[in-house]
Design a protein around this ligand. Sequence first.
Ligand SMILES: O=C(O)C[C@@H](O)[C@H](O)C(=O)CO
Length: 271
Amino acid sequence: MSQLLRKPNRSELSPGVTIVHEVTTENSPLKYIGFKVVDLASGARYSEELSKIECCIVVLTGRINFTDKEVAFENIGTRDSVFEQIPTDSVYVSNNRYFEVEAVSQARVVLCYSPSEKQLPTRLIKATDNMIENRGKFNNKRLVHNILPDSDPSANRLLVVEVYTNSGNWSSYPPHKHDRDNLPEESFLEETYYHEMNPRQGFVFQRVYTDDRALDETMTVENSDVVLVPAGYHPVGVPDGYTSYYLNVMAGPTRIWKFHNDPDHEWILKR
Ligand SMILES: O=C(O)C[C@@H](O)[C@H](O)C(=O)CO
């Protein structure tokens, strides 16, 4: 099994609270990203005392209430399936703060973490705040919901985006990377992919590779899998008949997404 591919590994934390994925800087090659997927039964609560990490809570599906003991947001979340293809609500919580989420309905939340020292205000990122983009042409079409892009100063390190790729199309393509801290040409950002497919028995292929091929893995990715991208190019190919969804978290020393296309395949953009 690839070191970069994580299958869901469900474990019940407390009644109604199931951890589906837990990627940490200790159990992965990543230094800047932590990642949790949490399933909540209606009425269940999950809380955390953040230390030197910031967190973006994405209400992937279902509805939740949020509090950090100072501010509260009620009944947030917009969809029962990511394949409704509408943006959702998220909450940014800074380091050294407490938060609690309570499921109003059955819900799946994603917790995206990165090391952080400077406190920032808790912020509700409403679905309507998401900047929506249609990218690409030919068989490279995808729909992007920008949850926490680098143009939004709400976070210290985290960048969060969700992407839909049509059946028979490619995304994160032509292959690009962001693994050199060499601005203004390229930024160093690690990345995680949380994948879903519609219908759910679908699969996609994701390749993660570097120029020297010291890293070169091609993975078959199924519903609810996570792919880690510590470095390298990371294209995704979607078979005919299936729609792909993924949630990306990126973080690194500087909060700028400046990528470098694989020169061998950059011609694809010039058609
Ligand atoms: O436009 C896309 O295909 C999405 C990707 O850019 C994805 O968010 C990513 O690879 C970020 O580096």
